[in-house]
Every structure is written in structure tokens, then in C-alpha cells.
Ligand binder design. Structure first.
Ligand code: NAD
Length: 236
């Protein structure tokens, strides 16, 4: 029998962290959560999972893969820990600075890393579609409108920026607009506008579970891989 993958969940008290913890309990044969890290946890153990504060990160038990959905301020210590322990890192935290992105690239010399702005299969397909549309529609305007819940801190969203990169690969330049409203999980509209006609490509996420499932799936497959930068499409 194969040993279960040992996960560290970073950002465990958050919306994504809670979804990850719930889904991990449904897959207890394949994976175990050895530590849950939040900025300041209120309990030491929840449902059998030891809880750690960000300031206690150095004391977490051995893990194979860290799954990080937190905030940029928690990213540097986690990356350093993964490097020190020789563990893999899967991160969906958005709003990372250029120097944090560079540090992630540097760490890939030692450990397997995967960062994705969006862990849903639908957005992976949308990226391919917008690249094709941008390549076919020279001279058309391209606008990306993203809508998220009112608690989201960064704007434009990481997914909007990733879609903009795909538009760039197709040879066009995107403009961005961001809406923060209610409890919207995540919507991305990529609109191509010509003279007298318009194409709208939309992705709507209605549950955080799509991101959590994608991240868990990728994290399970990252264990034991060679050091380097991995893409979601390599592991899905
Ligand atoms: P949230 O605000 O609900 O949760 C944030 C979590 O991070 C909390 O547990 C908090 O305690 C923890 N945290 C804050 N500062 C910390 C620190 N210094 N050290 C350790 N932990 C710290 O946020 P959320 O909605 O769960 O989203 C988390 C991140 O994931 C955001 O960056 C969001 O944009 C991103 N996200 C990415 C995807 C994707 O598919 N890539 C999907 C959804 C959300």
C-alpha cells in the first residue's frame, strides 16, 4: 500500500483553507494533514489536526507538500521552510510581489513548486480559448472584467492577470476592470469587441471546491517529483 501524502495546509482558517481541510477528510486514505497554519489559530487541535500560528511555523512536523492559500505576507517564511525541509510547495496565493515570484523561481532549483492563479479546469481551458481568440481577432479591443466577493484584497485578480498573459501570447493587449460585490466566488469575462460585433467568453465559479480539488489533486501528484517549476496542466 502507498503511504498517504502528508500535507501542511497554510492559510487553514481562511475560505480556501477550510475547503481544503474538509476535502482532505474525504480523502483520508490518500492524504493526511499533519499541520494547519493560520495567522492566529484559536484552538490547538481541530478535528484531530494540530493547529499552528504563523509565528510557530518552524515547529511544524514533517510534511511532503505544503498547500498555500494565504496572503502574500505569509509567503516568504513558508517558502523558506519548504526549501529547508526539502518539501514541495503548491501555492494559489495571489498578489505576490515580483521579488516573491523571483524567490519562487529560485527555490525551484531545490524543490518542486507549483503556483497557479486559478486551480479550476474551466479556467485552464479558458486561457487556451482567449489565446486563440486574441490571435484570430487582430485590431479588436480586449477587456477582462473580473468580479469577486468584497473580502478579496488584490485587484485585478491573479486569474485576470493570467488571462491577460494568455491574451498577450495571442498578440493582443488586455485592459482590466475589477468589481467587488457580495459573496461572488469568482467570475471572469473576457470580451473581444470589433466594429459591429462582440465575443464574450465567461467563466463562473460557484464553489471554492473547484479550486481546492484542483490544488489537492496537483499536490498529491507533486510528491516525489524532481525540483523545478511545475504547471497545473502537467499534473491534472
Ligand atoms: P482568507 O482571507 O479567507 O484566508 C486567508 C488565510 O491566510 C487565513 O487562514 C489567515 O489566517 C492566513 N494568513 C494571513 N496572514 C498569514 C500569515 N502571515 N501567515 C500565515 N497565514 C496567514 O482568504 P481566501 O479567500 O481563503 O484566499 C486566500 C488566497 O488564495 C488569496 O490570495 C486568494 O486570492 C487566493 N485564491 C486563489 C485561488 C486559486 O485558484 N489560485 C482560488 C481562491 C483564492
Amino acid at each position: 500500500m502507498v503511504d498517504p501524502v502528508r500535507f501542511l495546509i497554510h492559510g487553514a482558517s481562511g475560505r480556501m483553507g477550510q475547503a481544503l481541510l474538509r476535502l482532505c477528510t474525504e480523502r483520508a486514505v490518500e492524504c493526511i494533514v499533519v499541520a494547519a497554519v493560520s495567522r492566529k489559530p484559536v484552538q490547538r487541535v481541530v478535528d484531530g489536526v494540530p493547529q499552528f500560528a504563523a509565528s510557530e511555523l518552524a515547529g511544524v512536523p514533517a510534511f511532503d507538500v505544503a498547500i498555500d492559500f494565504s496572503l502574500p505576507e505569509g509567503f516568504d517564511p513558508l517558502l523558506a521552510l519548504c526549501r529547508q525541509r526539502g518539501a514541495a510547495l503548491v501555492s494559489g496565493t495571489t498578489g505576490l510581489s515580483d521579488s516573491q515570484r523571483q524567490a519562487l523561481t529560485d527555490a525551484a532549483a531545490d524543490i518542486p513548486v507549483l503556483w497557479a492563479a486559478n486551480f479550476s479546469l474551466g479556467v485552464a481551458v479558458l486561457e487556451e480559448l482567449v489565446e486563440r481568440a486574441a490571435a484570430a481577432l487582430a485590431g479588436w479591443d480586449c477587456d477582462i472584467v473580473e468580479t469577486h466577493h468584497v473580502h478579496k484584497k488584490d485587484a485585478p485578480s491573479g486569474t485576470a492577470l493570467a488571462l491577460g498573459t494568455a491574451v498577450g501570447w495571442g498578440g493582443a493587449t488586455a485592459r482590466y476592470a475589477s468589481l467587488r460585490a457580495g459573496d461572488v466566488v469568482g467570475e471572469h469575462l473576457v470580451q473581444f469587441t470589433g466594429i459591429g460585433e462582440r465575443i464574450e467568453l465567461v467563466h463562473r465559479a460557484t464553489s471554492r471546491d473547484v479550486f481546492a480539488r484542483g490544488a489537492l489533486h496537483a499536490a498529491s501528484r507533486l510528491k516525489g517529483r524532481e525540483a523545478g517549476i511545475w504547471r497545473l496542466r502537467d499534473l491534472l
